[in-house]
Design a protein. Structure first.
Length: 202
């Protein structure tokens, strides 16, 4: 199953993540184990790349292949795709899927707790994708699921007990929810916003 606007949603979601990651600003935060970072792509994650030289096109390709496709976001309802993708970027694909499954256990009656395994690319993910559509049967239910996902994402960040980054992580989760709502409502408008309003990403 695919959202009718999934291609535009994917483009807007990736641009939103790049915007939240600081665009083309090269960063080397001594508190961040990722090392040199540009467009949110870190040297630690991609040691074979010259991070300072990557382009926006390179970053979009990395985010599409290593995060969006790895989580099979094209097969999710739009809101859940955006939220799962962004958490995958900050905390890994398995965490993005885990929080999606935790949300499903909360909102879909009858799912066992061992449904949550965070597995990607295996039979349980097919079940996960089916349950995502089940809990997002209309926009009201999808919005409820998105809020629940965000709350669980924030609980995960709080559980890390990292005082230095916690406030920023919590703000990121809330910003992502807001952007996601805007994207599913008007994906092309949000693409234009991130392309022109976040001009440093070009």
């Amino acid at each position: 199953m695919r959202d009718n606007n999934i291609d535009l949603i994917r483009e807007a979601a990736i641009l939103a993540t790049i915007f939240m990651e600081g665009g083309d600003t090269v960063v080397n935060d001594c508190h961040d184990k990722g090392g040199t970072t540009k467009y949110g792509i870190s040297q630690a994650a991609y040691p074979e790349l010259k991070i300072e030289a990557i382009t926006l096109k390179d970053a979009i390709a990395i985010y599409t292949g290593d995060y969006w496709n790895k989580c099979r976001c094209d097969e999710m309802p739009g809101l859940m795709a955006i939220l799962t993708f962004d958490l995958a970027v900050t905390s890994g694909a398995r965490r993005g899927i885990t929080v999606l499954q935790q949300t499903e256990v909360t909102l879909v009656p009858g799912l066992p707790k061992n449904f949550v395994d965070g597995l990607v690319g295996t039979r349980p993910v097919s079940n996960t994708l089916n349950r995502a559509w089940e809990m997002c049967s209309d926009f009201t239910h999808e919005t409820r699921a998105a809020v629940e996902y965000t709350e669980k994402r924030m609980d995960f960040y709080r559980g890390l007990k990292n005082a230095y980054y916690e406030k920023g992580w919590l703000n990121r989760a809330m910003r992502c929810l807001g952007y996601a709502m805007g994207i599913v409502h008007d994906p092309q408008g949000m693409i234009d916003y991130f392309t022109h309003g976040a001009a440093r990403c070009n």
